[in-house]
Design a protein around this ligand. Structure first.
Ligand SMILES: Nc1ncnc2c1ncn2[C@@H]1O[C@H](COP(=O)(O)OP(=O)(O)O)[C@@H](O)[C@H]1O
Ligand SMILES: [Mg+2]
Ligand SMILES: [Zn+2]
Length: 475
């Protein structure tokens, strides 16, 4: 393979080569065409999604000899120099290593000089949020009285750390993380050109692992191509980059469902031995559970970035929404601990133990509940003993009792309901129902009314999921 690293070799050189980021491209093209070019741009977004690349394309478009154009010629000296990062008029500064006041003072000196070849003098400051407060203050002065023909393009992965005074003077563009589909499409093109053979599965897992960043996807492909002879398969991806696929996670979930703690822990151990990072296992597990939950809600499968086989297997999981929600809730409770733990592995073992212990419905339990529900009117003797007399006094209460789970121990009759409303109704009428219990079941019994713990736990997370569907991301 060519020596030049893939990410540099395949850096898009014009707007139309960029994958995704259409909203950014459309507005930038509009600005260039109309000639309304601001003095300062801010490109915000995660790493490896095209911020620096777009900054260079914009610089090229503005300085091309053919006039500011959305189709820079790529041939003129200015275009060629920018492609090679050699243009005198386009200065790239890494904000992370030039954070201080000195650097910005130098910059303020140099902005006084007009562009040499191009129309504009363009400063691209990467990771601008890393500048010190003094440096920002100095920069602000320049932005307040922008010298003619000077354009700043700031890029940052962390716009919240950029002072508002700076932000308000910039035209802002938000770059988004790229979808698995977008990354797959781009990587497929590159692999073809580089004559790298990949199976569809391998490509899918690489794009998943890239986690929104095309650059990360490119470097994974490069790494694999260097090690693997012939076609790269999903197995190569798993082995070489310590990435665990759906087989691992679905098997782990199966073992949790079977409530077999020993197998769950040894499953975890296998994953770690295959080189996966414990935090990655945590993330993978929660992602699959989340996907399973979203599938149960009937959300479009496109929204869930998994392949058909994974989707089918998740759909087949014998877990209902409530079960998945409480598993996810337990996972999220552990997140903080896992992130901070000195021994992440133990934290994860603890999480897995909790999941096993709290399995809301082991299969047996679930089918029992199901058949309870189906039997409706003609349930146990116990239920009928309360239901019949109550029916005469209050059909409404009787209706609730009919839908409840009723159990008896040595001293009590225990009615368990699903929702708060039913619980309240029954408690308000505790005396009436208890008198029936004493009369019809056992004069020494007391009555306990309770709600399923499951229902109580769930609310917070249900709200979070609802927010998710309203389009806000839950982080
Ligand atoms: N939107 C994209 N379309 C195509 N390739 C991309 C895109 N984003 C990133 N890349 C690839 O990743 C490399 C690094 O991109 P870069 O623009 O430096 O990312 P950022 O500045 O957002 O971290 C590029 O050279 C290119 O190979
Ligand atoms: Mg960059
Ligand atoms: Zn040109």
């Amino acid at each position: 393979m060519a020596h030049r690293v893939i990410s540099l070799k395949y850096r898009p050189q014009n707007f139309d080569e960029l994958t995704g980021q259409n909203h950014v491209v459309v507005s930038l093209k509009g600005a260039i065409k109309s000639g309304r070019i601001g003095h300062a741009f801010l490109f915000a977004g995660p790493r490896g999604v095209g911020k620096t690349t777009t900054a260079r394309i914009l610089a090229k478009s503005l300085n091309c000899i053919e006039g500011s154009t959305v189709h820079p010629c790529q041939q003129c000296p200015s275009c060629r120099e920018i492609t090679l990062s050699r243009s005198i008029d386009v200065v790239e500064i890494d904000g992370a290593s030039n954070r201080g006041i000195e650097e910005i003072r130098n910059l303020r000196e140099s902005v006084k000089y007009s562009p040499i070849h191009g129309r504009y003098k363009i400063y691209i400051i990467d990771e601008v949020h890393m500048l010190t407060q003094e440096a920002f203050n100095a920069l602000l002065k320049t932005l307040e009285e922008p010298p003619p023909k000077v354009i700043f393009i700031f890029a940052t992965t962390n716009p919240t750390k950029v002072p508002a005074t700076i932000l308000s003077r910039c035209q802002r563009f938000i770059f988004k993380r790229l979808s698995v589909k977008e990354i797959t499409t781009r990587l497929r093109v590159i692999a073809e050109k580089e004559n790298i053979k990949l199976t569809n599965d391998a490509l899918h897992y690489i794009a998943t692992r890239a986690d929104g960043s095309i650059r990360d996807g490119e470097s994974i492909v490069e790494q694999l191509a260097a090690f693997v002879e012939g076609e790269i398969t999903a197995d190569d991806v798993f082995k070489l980059i310590g990435f665990l696929g759906s087989n691992f996670y679905l098997a782990l979930i199966d073992k949790i469902l079977a409530q077999n703690l020993a197998q769950v822990i040894s499953g975890l151990n296998n994953g770690l031995e295959d080189g996966a990072d414990p935090i990655e296992i945590y993330r993978g597990l929660t992602n699959y559970l989340r996907a399973a939950l979203l599938l149960k809600t009937g959300l479009s499968e496109e929204f869930i970035e998994l392949n058909t086989e994974e989707i089918n297997r998740l759909k087949a999981l014998p877990l209902d929404k409530e079960g998945l929600i409480s598993m996810l809730e337990i996972c999220l409770h552990f997140e903080e601990m896992i992130r901070r733990s000195v021994n992440v592995r133990i934290a994860i073992e603890l999480l897995l133990s909790q999941l096993v212990l709290n399995m809301p419905h082991s299969q047996e339990q679930k089918s029992k509940n199901d058949s309870d529900a189906r039997a409706s009117l003609d349930t146990s003797d116990l239920k009928r003993k309360i239901f019949d007399p109550l029916q005469k006094k209050s059909p409404k209460l009787a209706g609730i009792v009919q839908k409840s789970t009723i159990a008896e121990d040595a001293h009590n009759v225990i009615i368990t309901v699903e929702d708060e409303f039913s619980e309240k109704q029954l408690i308000d009428n505790h005396r009436i129902i208890e008198s029936i219990v004493k009369e019809k079941i056992n004069p020494n019994h007391s009555l306990i009314i309770q709600r399923t713990r499951k229902t109580k736990q769930v609310n917070g997370f249900v709200d979070a999921i609802k927010t998710l569907f309203d389009g806000e991301e839950v982080r």
